[in-house]
Every structure is written in C-alpha cells, then in structure tokens.
Write a protein that binds this ligand. Structure first.
Ligand SMILES: [Fe+2]
Length: 210
C-alpha cells in the first residue's frame, strides 16, 4: 500500500544536493546480478543504487526532522535503465528493503510517465530486523499498483515486497528511512497522512488485484 503524505516539498538547495549525488553514481552491476540470479533470463533489470552524503543528511534533517520524533535517515536512490538505447523499459524486481521498515519517497525524476510501483502479498516476518531479500515475480501475487507523480511525498511499509516496472530512463528518489516499524509510524503520524488523495488519485486501477 502506498500512501500520500502532507509534507512540504524539498527546498531548491536540497534538490540540488540530491541531483548532484545521483549524477555521481555509476552503474551498480552487483545489484543487477543479484536480481538476475532468480528472475527470468530476458528480464531487463535496472541498476539500483542508494547512498547518502553528509550534506544530504544535514540538509534533509534541517528540513524534515522537525516533523518526526523518530530519527530520519535520508538517501538518494537511482534506478537506471541501462538498455534504454535499444528501447526496452526496465524493472527493479520484487524485494524487501534492507534494514529499513518505513520509507518516505519524493521523486525528483520519474524515469518515465508510466512507471509503476507494485506491491505484493508477501511481508518479511515482523521480528526480522535485517530484511533485504529478493523474490521471483512468479512466486508473488500483486496486491496494488501505483503510478507516482512529482511534487508529492509517498510512504510505504518497505518490508512488504515491492517492485518498480516500466522504467524508461532514470528514476531519482529522495528517500527517507524512519527509525521505527511501520505500524508505529502510521499510528504516530496519522496527522500527516493524506488518505483521501491516496485512495482517489494514485491507484492504477486497471492492474489492481491481477
Ligand atoms: Fe525498495
């Protein structure tokens, strides 16, 4: 499930730092190989990389820590389709996030107009403190799918298995992990959830539940 949050947009300075970090990344072949081991041979897996930098941490906390009593940990994510020149859209296959349970995402570049974030019917065990596993598409059932937009903060339980489909070029994400479990987060910060917007505008209905 993907939620919209009522949080302010990042400042120009924070966006500049984020884009600068993303531009410094190289292709993460280890990540591609890790997913390739279990997916079908012809799956076009994008390069995925998430890192932080001191100026990113300082600036993000100066803009967003005040909204949370739990500590926040920003990273910049880049999902990059390395086969865009031959016209294949790419995917970042189903996985749970490593270490983090709660994610706030703000998309600086979408990677295409029809990039779909998909959630599946599998969660890591709540007692698992580590997470970070990959699963075959064929072993999961889709629960919901969403097309995200720019200019909005999104939130989800990152221990629910999720994937990103239909990436044309590069998707740049300002991604904040919050140091708590999802249920605690949801119950602690209900005031920032924009539930009506989440239901009405984000769900990609044609694919839901299939
Ligand atoms: Fe993820």
């Amino acid at each position: 499930m993907l939620y919209k949050l009522n949080l302010p947009q990042p400042t120009d300075l924070l966006e500049k730092i984020a884009i600068d970090i993303a531009k410094s990344y190289t292709i993460n072949y280890d990540s591609i190989e890790w997913h390739k081991k279990i997916q079908k041979e012809n799956t076009n897996i994008v390069s995925g990389i998430f890192k932080n930098r001191d100026d990113l941490i300082t600036q993000t906390r100066s803009e967003y820590q005040k909204f949370f009593t739990h500590k926040i940990y920003p990273t910049i994510g880049l999902l990059e389709n390395i086969n865009k020149n031959v016209g294949h859209t790419g995917c970042y296959p189903p996985h749970s996030d490593r270490l983090r349970h709660v994610v706030l995402n703000y998309y600086l570049e979408l990677g295409g107009e029809n990039v779909v974030t998909t959630f599946y019917d599998k969660y890591d065990d709540p007692t698992d403190k580590v997470g970070g596993y990959v699963v075959k598409y064929g072993d999961l059932n889709i629960v919901n799918q969403y097309i995200t937009k720019k200019g909005t903060w999104y939130n989800f339980n990152s221990r629910q298995y999720h994937s990103v489909e239909n990436i044309e070029d590069r998707r740049i994400i300002l991604s904040i992990a919050v140091d708590t479990d999802f249920l605690t987060f949801y119950n602690s910060y209900k005031n920032i959830y924009n539930l009506s917007e989440t239901e009405n505008k984000v769900i990609c209905g044609a694919s839901e539940g299939t």
